[in-house]
Design a protein around this ligand. Sequence first.
Ligand code: 3PY
Ligand code: MG
Length: 253
Amino acid sequence: MNRLKQAFLEKRPAIGLWQGLATPYTAEICAGAGYDWLMFDGEHSPNTLQTLLAQLQAVAPYPVEAVARPPAGDPVYIKQYLDIGVRSLLVPMVDTAAQAKHIVASTRFPPRGIRGVASATSRAAGFGANAKYLAEAHEDLCVITQIESRGALTEIEAIAAVEGVDALFIGPADLAGSLGHLGNPAHPDVKAAIEDALARIIRAGKPCGIFARDADQARAYFAAGFSFVSVGTDVGLLAHGARDLAARARPKP
Ligand code: 3PY
Ligand code: MG
């Protein structure tokens, strides 16, 4: 069973960690660190299908759900991601219900959708060993669409109502940009928009996720009703840790 969907069903808060380093070695370190899900980023990190595949293989033995974000909600990316074994997709920049429907259709084989058919050669189907894959693949998928523009805010109810959209995820950085506050997701207008979006997504009956900058903000988001929260990034952990260590080790003049 998809671990993120399981957490949603059991109403268990799911903590995630953003993965931007694009290497299997660090992904494996993070996989054993106690997060419920890791998010491998194909939108803003230097990931190729090969680097993504290597990271999926590295984290496979760990009890963590591998979420991956394609560069866009394009059926071509989606079928490639699913074929290498991604079960949970975070799709950026989804502004309308029509887009959300197209994305869900891209994850389903005909007649349910338009996903290109492969199973004998795909890792997702156990390289042909899973005879039920074509019939049952959709049951284990988790499709999450991002709400991160002024336009998407107006469409929340319609997007949340799309069958096959399992959860919605607010992107504070892009949302801040779209609302005229680029680089300032803490601006009161953005905070108000996030609160309103969360309330409407909960009313629509869908789990809502968000990106938090630190542990305090993550806990506050869980307390506010978010179901899944990503806290910080692997890049940030390394960058801050490295800078801090250098600064503290340098002898004072
Ligand atoms: C954003 O903040 O725009 C994201 O996509 C991730 O949080
Ligand atoms: Mg974004």
